[in-house]
Design a protein around this ligand. Sequence first.
Ligand code: HEM
Ligand code: HEM
Length: 223
Amino acid sequence: MSAPTVFHKHAFATRLLHAGLALAVILQLLSSLPMEPPEPDHAGNWYFQLHQYSGLLAFAFVFAFWMVLAMRSQGTAPAALFPWFSGARLRALRTDTRTHFAALLSRRLPAYDPHAALPSAVHGLGVLLISAMAVSGLIYYFINSGDPDAGGPVGAVMFVHRTLAKLVWAYLLGHAGLALVHHYAHDVCLGAMWSLDRDAAGQGNASSAPKPQSIPTATARSR
Ligand code: HEM
Ligand code: HEM
Protein backbone atom coordinates (compact mmCIF):
# COMPACT_ATOMS: atom_id res chain seq x y z
CA MET A 1 0.00 0.00 0.00
CA SER A 2 1.47 3.39 -0.95
CA ALA A 3 1.92 6.19 1.60
CA PRO A 4 -0.63 9.03 1.44
CA THR A 5 0.46 11.90 -0.82
CA VAL A 6 1.00 15.14 1.08
CA PHE A 7 0.76 18.35 -0.92
CA HIS A 8 2.87 21.20 0.37
CA LYS A 9 2.21 24.88 -0.22
CA HIS A 10 5.99 25.47 -0.32
CA ALA A 11 8.28 23.42 -2.56
CA PHE A 12 10.99 21.20 -1.06
CA ALA A 13 13.78 23.61 -2.09
CA THR A 14 11.97 26.54 -0.43
CA ARG A 15 11.43 24.56 2.80
CA LEU A 16 15.01 23.30 2.87
CA LEU A 17 16.51 26.77 2.32
CA HIS A 18 14.05 28.39 4.74
CA ALA A 19 15.17 25.97 7.47
CA GLY A 20 18.87 26.52 6.72
CA LEU A 21 18.49 30.29 6.54
CA ALA A 22 16.39 30.51 9.72
CA LEU A 23 18.86 28.37 11.71
CA ALA A 24 21.86 30.33 10.36
CA VAL A 25 20.22 33.67 11.27
CA ILE A 26 19.33 32.44 14.77
CA LEU A 27 22.99 31.35 15.19
CA GLN A 28 24.10 34.79 13.97
CA LEU A 29 21.90 36.60 16.47
CA LEU A 30 22.90 34.37 19.40
CA SER A 31 26.63 34.45 18.56
CA SER A 32 26.50 38.27 18.28
CA LEU A 33 25.64 38.54 22.01
CA PRO A 34 28.88 37.20 23.59
CA MET A 35 31.18 37.82 20.62
CA GLU A 36 34.17 40.13 20.81
CA PRO A 37 35.59 41.16 17.45
CA PRO A 38 39.35 41.67 17.13
CA GLU A 39 40.62 45.08 18.12
CA PRO A 40 44.04 46.63 17.58
CA ASP A 41 45.17 45.48 21.08
CA HIS A 42 43.49 42.02 21.35
CA ALA A 43 42.34 39.12 19.22
CA GLY A 44 38.64 38.37 18.82
CA ASN A 45 37.04 35.49 20.73
CA TRP A 46 35.71 32.13 19.55
CA TYR A 47 32.16 33.43 19.19
CA PHE A 48 33.36 35.98 16.66
CA GLN A 49 34.88 33.19 14.55
CA LEU A 50 31.54 31.38 14.76
CA HIS A 51 29.72 34.59 13.75
CA GLN A 52 32.01 35.09 10.76
CA TYR A 53 31.76 31.58 9.37
CA SER A 54 28.06 30.98 10.06
CA GLY A 55 27.48 34.44 8.52
CA LEU A 56 29.18 33.28 5.34
CA LEU A 57 26.91 30.21 5.43
CA ALA A 58 23.88 32.52 5.87
CA PHE A 59 25.06 34.39 2.76
CA ALA A 60 25.14 31.11 0.80
CA PHE A 61 21.62 30.24 2.00
CA VAL A 62 20.16 33.64 1.16
CA PHE A 63 21.84 33.61 -2.26
CA ALA A 64 20.36 30.15 -2.95
CA PHE A 65 16.95 31.39 -1.69
CA TRP A 66 17.03 34.18 -4.32
CA MET A 67 17.92 31.62 -7.02
CA VAL A 68 15.00 29.36 -6.03
CA LEU A 69 12.70 32.38 -5.86
CA ALA A 70 13.63 33.31 -9.43
CA MET A 71 13.20 29.79 -10.80
CA ARG A 72 10.42 28.09 -8.81
CA SER A 73 6.88 27.67 -10.10
CA GLN A 74 5.31 26.55 -6.79
CA GLY A 75 4.77 28.74 -3.74
CA THR A 76 4.43 32.46 -3.19
CA ALA A 77 4.77 34.49 -6.40
CA PRO A 78 7.82 36.81 -6.37
CA ALA A 79 5.47 39.74 -7.15
CA ALA A 80 3.57 38.99 -3.91
CA LEU A 81 6.80 39.08 -1.89
CA PHE A 82 7.83 42.33 -3.61
CA PRO A 83 4.58 44.18 -4.45
CA TRP A 84 6.25 47.61 -4.62
CA PHE A 85 6.21 47.91 -8.42
CA SER A 86 2.58 47.03 -9.21
CA GLY A 87 -0.42 49.31 -8.67
CA ALA A 88 -2.79 46.35 -8.21
CA ARG A 89 -0.46 44.67 -5.71
CA LEU A 90 -0.05 47.93 -3.77
CA ARG A 91 -3.84 48.38 -3.60
CA ALA A 92 -4.19 44.80 -2.34
CA LEU A 93 -1.50 45.51 0.26
CA ARG A 94 -3.32 48.67 1.42
CA THR A 95 -6.62 46.78 1.74
CA ASP A 96 -5.00 43.90 3.61
CA THR A 97 -3.13 46.26 5.95
CA ARG A 98 -6.44 48.00 6.80
CA THR A 99 -8.05 44.60 7.39
CA HIS A 100 -5.25 43.58 9.74
CA PHE A 101 -5.43 46.89 11.66
CA ALA A 102 -9.23 46.69 11.93
CA ALA A 103 -8.96 43.18 13.37
CA LEU A 104 -6.27 44.22 15.84
CA LEU A 105 -8.21 47.34 16.90
CA SER A 106 -11.18 45.15 17.70
CA ARG A 107 -8.83 42.80 19.58
CA ARG A 108 -9.21 39.93 17.14
CA LEU A 109 -6.49 37.82 15.58
CA PRO A 110 -6.46 38.64 11.85
CA ALA A 111 -7.66 35.56 9.98
CA TYR A 112 -4.93 33.51 8.36
CA ASP A 113 -5.12 33.68 4.58
CA PRO A 114 -2.33 31.86 2.70
CA HIS A 115 -2.66 34.40 -0.15
CA ALA A 116 -2.84 37.56 1.99
CA ALA A 117 -0.84 40.51 0.66
CA LEU A 118 0.56 41.90 3.95
CA PRO A 119 2.30 38.78 5.30
CA SER A 120 3.85 38.08 1.87
CA ALA A 121 5.14 41.66 1.60
CA VAL A 122 6.63 41.41 5.10
CA HIS A 123 8.30 38.08 4.17
CA GLY A 124 9.81 39.85 1.14
CA LEU A 125 11.14 42.64 3.36
CA GLY A 126 12.63 39.93 5.59
CA VAL A 127 14.50 38.44 2.63
CA LEU A 128 15.82 41.91 1.70
CA LEU A 129 16.85 42.57 5.32
CA ILE A 130 18.75 39.30 5.71
CA SER A 131 20.36 39.86 2.30
CA ALA A 132 21.59 43.28 3.40
CA MET A 133 23.03 41.78 6.62
CA ALA A 134 24.73 38.94 4.77
CA VAL A 135 26.13 41.22 2.03
CA SER A 136 27.42 43.84 4.50
CA GLY A 137 29.02 41.02 6.57
CA LEU A 138 30.56 39.52 3.43
CA ILE A 139 32.00 42.88 2.31
CA TYR A 140 33.39 43.39 5.83
CA TYR A 141 34.99 39.94 5.67
CA PHE A 142 36.93 40.91 2.52
CA ILE A 143 37.87 44.50 3.30
CA ASN A 144 38.46 44.47 7.07
CA SER A 145 41.88 45.09 8.56
CA GLY A 146 41.01 43.41 11.88
CA ASP A 147 39.07 46.29 13.45
CA PRO A 148 35.31 46.80 12.91
CA ASP A 149 35.63 50.31 14.37
CA ALA A 150 38.02 51.44 11.63
CA GLY A 151 36.63 54.35 9.63
CA GLY A 152 36.20 54.65 5.85
CA PRO A 153 34.47 51.85 3.93
CA VAL A 154 34.75 49.45 6.93
CA GLY A 155 32.95 52.01 9.10
CA ALA A 156 30.22 52.49 6.47
CA VAL A 157 29.63 48.75 6.08
CA MET A 158 29.58 48.19 9.86
CA PHE A 159 27.18 51.14 10.30
CA VAL A 160 24.70 49.39 7.96
CA HIS A 161 25.30 45.98 9.62
CA ARG A 162 24.88 47.24 13.20
CA THR A 163 21.86 49.43 12.41
CA LEU A 164 19.96 46.66 10.60
CA ALA A 165 20.86 44.12 13.34
CA LYS A 166 18.05 45.48 15.55
CA LEU A 167 15.52 44.95 12.76
CA VAL A 168 16.67 41.33 12.37
CA TRP A 169 15.81 40.67 16.04
CA ALA A 170 12.41 42.35 15.51
CA TYR A 171 11.77 40.36 12.32
CA LEU A 172 12.69 37.01 13.87
CA LEU A 173 10.63 37.58 17.02
CA GLY A 174 7.63 38.95 15.07
CA HIS A 175 7.70 36.34 12.29
CA ALA A 176 8.37 33.29 14.47
CA GLY A 177 6.01 34.62 17.17
CA LEU A 178 3.13 35.04 14.69
CA ALA A 179 3.87 31.62 13.17
CA LEU A 180 3.51 30.12 16.68
CA VAL A 181 0.28 32.08 17.36
CA HIS A 182 -1.26 30.85 14.09
CA HIS A 183 -0.01 27.33 14.79
CA TYR A 184 -1.77 27.21 18.17
CA ALA A 185 -4.86 28.82 16.61
CA HIS A 186 -4.80 25.84 14.19
CA ASP A 187 -4.56 28.13 11.12
CA VAL A 188 -1.10 26.97 10.11
CA CYS A 189 0.88 23.82 10.80
CA LEU A 190 4.45 24.78 11.68
CA GLY A 191 5.53 21.27 10.75
CA ALA A 192 4.45 21.93 7.13
CA MET A 193 7.00 24.74 6.60
CA TRP A 194 9.66 22.83 8.53
CA SER A 195 8.98 19.48 6.89
CA LEU A 196 11.77 18.08 4.72
CA ASP A 197 9.48 15.66 2.85
CA ARG A 198 10.23 15.60 -0.86
CA ASP A 199 7.55 17.01 -3.17
CA ALA A 200 5.03 14.48 -4.44
CA ALA A 201 5.34 13.61 -8.15
CA GLY A 202 3.91 16.40 -10.25
CA GLN A 203 4.17 18.86 -7.38
CA GLY A 204 6.63 21.72 -7.76
CA ASN A 205 5.45 22.62 -11.21
CA ALA A 206 2.94 25.15 -12.32
CA SER A 207 0.32 22.41 -12.77
CA SER A 208 -0.02 22.03 -9.02
CA ALA A 209 1.02 25.50 -7.98
CA PRO A 210 -1.38 27.37 -5.72
CA LYS A 211 -3.52 29.95 -7.46
CA PRO A 212 -1.82 33.32 -8.04
CA GLN A 213 -1.86 35.63 -5.03
CA SER A 214 -5.29 37.18 -4.87
CA ILE A 215 -6.75 40.31 -3.42
CA PRO A 216 -6.89 39.56 0.30
CA THR A 217 -10.11 38.65 2.01
CA ALA A 218 -11.42 41.01 4.64
CA THR A 219 -12.14 38.36 7.22
CA ALA A 220 -11.10 38.41 10.84
CA ARG A 221 -11.79 35.70 13.35
CA SER A 222 -12.93 36.33 16.90
CA ARG A 223 -10.50 35.18 19.58
C1 HEM B 1 15.16 35.06 10.51
C2 HEM B 1 14.86 33.84 10.12
C3 HEM B 1 13.73 33.60 9.14
C4 HEM B 1 13.56 34.13 7.90
C5 HEM B 1 14.50 35.08 7.15
C6 HEM B 1 12.30 33.62 7.38
C7 HEM B 1 11.78 33.93 6.14
C8 HEM B 1 10.59 33.44 5.65
C9 HEM B 1 10.07 33.72 4.33
C10 HEM B 1 10.77 34.61 3.29
C11 HEM B 1 8.90 33.06 4.21
C12 HEM B 1 7.98 33.07 2.98
C13 HEM B 1 8.44 31.98 2.04
C14 HEM B 1 7.65 32.00 0.77
O1 HEM B 1 6.47 32.37 0.78
O2 HEM B 1 8.25 31.64 -0.26
C15 HEM B 1 8.65 32.35 5.44
C16 HEM B 1 7.55 31.56 5.69
C17 HEM B 1 7.33 30.93 6.90
N1 HEM B 1 8.15 30.93 8.00
FE1 HEM B 1 9.93 31.85 8.16
N2 HEM B 1 11.74 32.79 8.32
C18 HEM B 1 12.58 32.76 9.41
C19 HEM B 1 12.39 32.06 10.58
C20 HEM B 1 11.26 31.31 10.89
C21 HEM B 1 11.03 30.61 12.13
C22 HEM B 1 12.03 30.57 13.33
C23 HEM B 1 9.80 30.03 12.03
C24 HEM B 1 9.05 29.15 13.00
C25 HEM B 1 8.97 29.34 14.28
C26 HEM B 1 9.27 30.35 10.72
C27 HEM B 1 8.05 29.92 10.24
C28 HEM B 1 7.56 30.17 8.99
C29 HEM B 1 6.29 29.64 8.49
C30 HEM B 1 5.30 28.74 9.25
C31 HEM B 1 6.16 30.12 7.18
C32 HEM B 1 5.00 29.79 6.20
C33 HEM B 1 3.98 30.90 6.22
C34 HEM B 1 2.87 30.61 5.21
O3 HEM B 1 3.04 29.78 4.34
O4 HEM B 1 1.84 31.24 5.32
N3 HEM B 1 10.17 31.13 10.06
N4 HEM B 1 9.70 32.60 6.31
C1 HEM C 1 22.79 37.08 7.84
C2 HEM C 1 24.00 37.23 8.28
C3 HEM C 1 24.34 38.02 9.54
C4 HEM C 1 23.56 38.42 10.59
C5 HEM C 1 22.06 38.20 10.79
C6 HEM C 1 24.43 39.14 11.52
C7 HEM C 1 24.01 39.70 12.72
C8 HEM C 1 24.79 40.52 13.52
C9 HEM C 1 24.36 41.12 14.75
C10 HEM C 1 22.98 40.94 15.40
C11 HEM C 1 25.40 41.88 15.23
C12 HEM C 1 25.43 42.72 16.54
C13 HEM C 1 25.25 44.18 16.22
C14 HEM C 1 25.34 45.06 17.44
O1 HEM C 1 24.88 44.65 18.50
O2 HEM C 1 25.87 46.16 17.32
C15 HEM C 1 26.49 41.74 14.30
C16 HEM C 1 27.71 42.36 14.42
C17 HEM C 1 28.79 42.10 13.63
N1 HEM C 1 28.87 41.18 12.59
FE1 HEM C 1 27.29 40.16 11.80
N2 HEM C 1 25.71 39.15 11.01
C18 HEM C 1 25.70 38.46 9.81
C19 HEM C 1 26.80 38.20 9.00
C20 HEM C 1 28.10 38.60 9.29
C21 HEM C 1 29.26 38.23 8.50
C22 HEM C 1 29.28 37.35 7.24
C23 HEM C 1 30.32 38.84 9.07
C24 HEM C 1 31.74 38.72 8.52
C25 HEM C 1 32.76 38.74 9.17
C26 HEM C 1 29.85 39.62 10.21
C27 HEM C 1 30.61 40.44 11.04
C28 HEM C 1 30.15 41.19 12.08
C29 HEM C 1 30.96 42.16 12.83
C30 HEM C 1 32.42 42.50 12.59
C31 HEM C 1 30.11 42.73 13.79
C32 HEM C 1 30.44 43.85 14.81
C33 HEM C 1 30.83 43.26 16.10
C34 HEM C 1 30.97 44.33 17.18
O3 HEM C 1 31.34 45.44 16.90
O4 HEM C 1 30.72 43.98 18.33
N3 HEM C 1 28.48 39.43 10.31
N4 HEM C 1 26.10 40.90 13.26
